[in-house]
Design a protein around this ligand. Structure first.
Ligand code: 4NP
Length: 145
């Protein structure tokens, strides 16, 4: 199973989803590959936002090795599942799909919901971490079966 987590900048939300899912998958001894990307290009090559690094670290997860990259249409072929953090990410990714098969791989990370962008509010990082962690646990259970 290869899963790509996608947000706008690939420095706040998707690095958390990437790091948390990788952590849980490793804990379960599964050989799944997890990655993340952003629809935007501003932060290519950057480490995750220091506030995402801090909240992950406080919860025992190290995301400092991650570097931001931009989503590309090659990702549709490279991944089984592309999970987007909000509806704008969904629109931006779907706009690059060339086939129905590509489109079917794209799903909202939170079904019928979204992960709020914490970039402009320091206090959002802890609740975003919790929301992403809870969803990753559930997702792992769903996908294992
Ligand atoms: P992310 O948050 O999509 O969760 O990584 C953002 C990070 C940076 C920007 C926007 C959102 N930005 O505009 O630079």
């Amino acid at each position: 199973m290869k899963i790509l987590m996608v947000c706008l900048g690939n420095i706040c939300r998707s690095p958390l989803a990437h790091g948390i899912m990788e952590h849980l998958v490793k804990q379960k001894g599964l050989n799944w590959e997890i990655d993340s990307a952003g629809t935007g290009s501003w932060h290519i090559g950057h480490q995750p936002d220091r506030r995402s690094i801090a909240v992950a670290k406080a919860n025992g997860i190290d995301i400092t090795n991650q570097r931001a990259r931009q989503f590309s249409s090659a990702d549709f072929d490279d991944f089984d599942l592309i999970l987007v953090m909000d509806k704008q990410n969904y629109r931006d990714v779907i706009a690059q799909a060339k086939t129905a098969e590509h489109e079917e791989k794209v799903k909202l990370f939170i079904p019928d919901g979204f992960v709020p962008d914490p970039y402009y509010n320091d206090e959002e990082f802890a609740p975003v971490f919790d929301m992403v962690y809870t969803r990753c646990e559930k997702l792992l259970q769903e996908l294992k079966h």
